[in-house]
Design a protein around this ligand. Structure first.
Ligand code: HEM
Length: 198
């Protein structure tokens, strides 16, 4: 088999990634509408860029997408952990390699010849968004069923703190997505790979 015909992203990963991307976007846009009903900070988000039309509609979108993200996220993590993919794709991470990648990126010379291997910046970005999504789900569970998840609520420092954690983790997800999409636009071959797998 020619090297460029090898499957780099298996079908389950591609399906999981795109389901996840749609769910994350729906969650963020509907979440902004829910936030506007009772803003925790002193600003609101323009309603024109939110989803749901009103609080009730936004909650319906939010819960529907939440189940997709939750089940899909568990499947993604489970398969990655059990198959050993998590260890081989995202580790080891070395400070030396990270510094090398940062300098190479600043000089515009970050290597993209082997798309099967993530560079250190990619590894850290993807690990960040995995942990950030877990935090979003855990703080979201506290906001949804605070009484039923008392331990989780205490871990989050109480209900009000969970709202702040949920917002900050959302901001992290949005920042990741913006940088991620810019990076993909800079190396469009990675997009073909995430669609076709090879
Ligand atoms: C909607 C716009 C998005 C596009 C066009 C996009 C595209 C891509 C592409 C092309 C890759 C492969 C990168 C590579 O080979 O270097 C990738 C990987 C990844 N993306 Fe996205 N993505 C999007 C949204 C998201 C969102 C919202 C999340 C997180 C919630 C996300 C999380 C990830 C993760 C974790 C990986 C690594 C997957 C793995 O190998 O296990 N992406 N994305």
């Amino acid at each position: 088999m020619k090297p460029n015909m090898q499957i780099i992203h298996p079908a389950w990963l591609r399906l999981s990634h795109w389901l996840n991307a749609v769910a994350a976007i729906v969650l963020v846009l509907s979440g902004w509408r829910i936030y506007n009903a009772s803003p925790v900070f002193s600003f609101s988000i323009p309603n024109q860029i939110t989803l749901g039309g009103w609080l009730g509609g936004a909650l319906l979108w939010h819960f529907a997408a939440m189940w997709i993200l939750f089940i899909n996220g568990l499947a993604y993590l489970g398969i990655n952990l059990l198959s050993g993919r998590l260890k081989t794709k995202f580790f080891p991470i070395s400070l030396r390699e990270l510094m090398g990648d940062i300098f190479a990126a600043l000089k515009g010379k970050l290597a993209h010849d082997n798309l099967a291997k993530y560079n250190t910046v990619q590894k850290l970005a993807y690990l960040f968004v995995i942990v950030d999504t877990a935090l979003l789900i855990m703080s979201g569970l506290v906001l949804w069923k605070s009484v039923q998840f008392p331990l989780l609520r205490e871990w989050m420092g109480g209900y009000d703190n969970a709202r702040i954690i949920h917002f900050v983790a959302m901001a992290g997800l949005v920042a990741f997505t913006v940088v991620h999409v810019v990076m993909v636009a800079l190396v469009p071959r990675t997009l073909v790979l995430m669609i076709r797998g090879r």
